[in-house]
Design a binder for this molecule. Structure first.
Ligand code: NAD
Ligand code: DAU
Length: 336
């Protein structure tokens, strides 16, 4: 296997990137981590606060900044690329930053990785495969056709294609993972689960899009981190791995579970107008990751995981309150 000594983690102040940095600090204290993050509205240095300064260093900057990459990339032996504009609703309101960061930014990083011959792992999403019908017996596999629906998922699909082209044309040592919906601490309050939990804590009614029948395949963020580590260190170059933990649930079931765990009536929410082009269902078949790399999720009890997330938001009001005000104003302007 590959034993990285110094990894560059892009987007390491966002939700999944920060949880990955914490995972590495916890499990691999010998690995040095440089976080490169632009600190957009979604990035918060608090997300990686308290880690040993000798191990984790933050550089505030843009993945599109070639001069900066030419300084940082030669110092590391692997790049784990999380940085992205990540929210579908924002991409529908304004697609432009999604192309700049997700497409151009990925190209700039690939060029730096090529110039200095650095191992590259690309973090992507199951949304590149579009959606499934609610009653389709099939799930997404590594062979599913690309069929993205939103500007966000189209930009992630473009970035996946760039990575494959750099592998085939330039021989870049790269892998790709496409993961399903993550839940856990440090997730921005614009996303479904934190939005609903923090609304209830603020005495506001949760908002469900459309009929609530849409299905997402939930995985705890720590299980995403462990899978990425296995792929980075033991995955085959040029390969794609789907990451999922058999966590399919409809939005209305998830919302009712949150309301129940928080002591509210299960109908204490509002129906709001649907997301344009709303994907019906995502579902991952993780057979390749399980059989080739022997990976298994540790968080298999969703209700227990949800209780942990509710406790985390209950105990971290200072972390989310400033973002909550801004986010709800943005949603109000879109009638969501
Ligand atoms: P997030 O929005 O919480 O965090 C993104 C981070 O990237 C932020 O810290 C932000 O400041 C940083 N960033 C944005 N543009 C940048 C730029 N130009 N240069 C440097 N840094 C920049 O996102 P997330 O939910 O943690 O998602 C992380 C990655 O995982 C993304 O690539 C996303 O597509 C992918 N992913 C997310 C999920 C999910 O459920 N959230 C599932 C599968 C894959
Ligand atoms: O599948 C992986 C993807 O999961 C990632 O690539 C994205 O970065 C991540 O944001 C997430 O995308 P979704 O669009 O599935 O997540 P979101 O949290 O925005 O919404 C989850 C579901 O909940 C979706 O069907 C829309 C619905 N929803 C969302 C919000 C914010 C509501 O019903 N009400 C809401 O208030």
């Amino acid at each position: 296997g590959f034993r990285p000594k110094h990894i560059l983690v892009t987007g390491g102040c966002g939700f999944i990137g920060a949880n990955f940095v914490r995972y590495v600090a916890r499990n691999h204290p010998d690995v040095h981590v440089t976080v490169l993050d632009k600190l957009t509205y979604a990035g918060n240095p608090e997300n990686i606060a308290g880690l040993p300064q000798s191990q984790v260093e933050l550089v505030v900057g843009d993945i599109c900044d070639t001069a900066l990459l030419n300084r940082l990339v030669p110092e590391c032996d692997a790049i784990v690329h999380f940085a992205a504009e990540s929210h579908n609703d924002n991409s529908i309101a304004d697609p432009e930053p999604f192309i700049a960061t997700n497409v151009e930014g990925t190209m700039r990083l690939l060029e730096a990785a090529r110039a200095y011959d650095v191992r590259f792992h690309h973090i992507s999403t199951d949304e590149v495969y579009g959606d499934l019908a609610l009653d389709d017996p099939e799930r997404f596999t590594e062979r599913s056709p690309y069929r993205p629906s939103s500007p966000y998922s189209a930009s992630k699909a473009a970035s996946d294609h760039l990575v494959r082209a750099w592998v085939r044309t330039y021989g870049l040592r790269a892998t790709i993972s496409n993961c399903s919906n993550n839940y856990g601490p440090y997730q921005h309050v614009e996303k479904f689960i934190p939005r609903q939990i923090t609304s209830i804590l603020e005495g506001m009614r949760p908002k469900l899009y459309g009929t609530g029948a849409n299905v997402r395949d939930w995985i705890h963020v720590d299980d995403h981190s462990s899978a990425v580590w296995e792929i980075l260190t033991r995955g085959s170059i040029g390969e794609t791995y789907l990451i999922g933990a058999d966590g399919e649930r409809s939005n209305i079931d998830v919302l009712r579970m949150i309301l129940r765990l928080m002591g509210q009536p299960e109908d204490a929410f509002d129906w709001v107008c649907d997301r344009p082009g709303h994907d019906r269902r995502y579902a991952i078949d993780p057979t390749k990751l399980r059989t080739e790399l022997g990976w298994r999720p540790a968080h298999t009890d969703f209700e227990r995981g949800m209780q942990g997330v509710i406790d985390w938001y209950t105990n971290h009001r200072d972390w989310w309150e400033p973002a909550k005000v801004v986010t709800e104003a943005r949603y109000r302007a879109q009638d969501q």
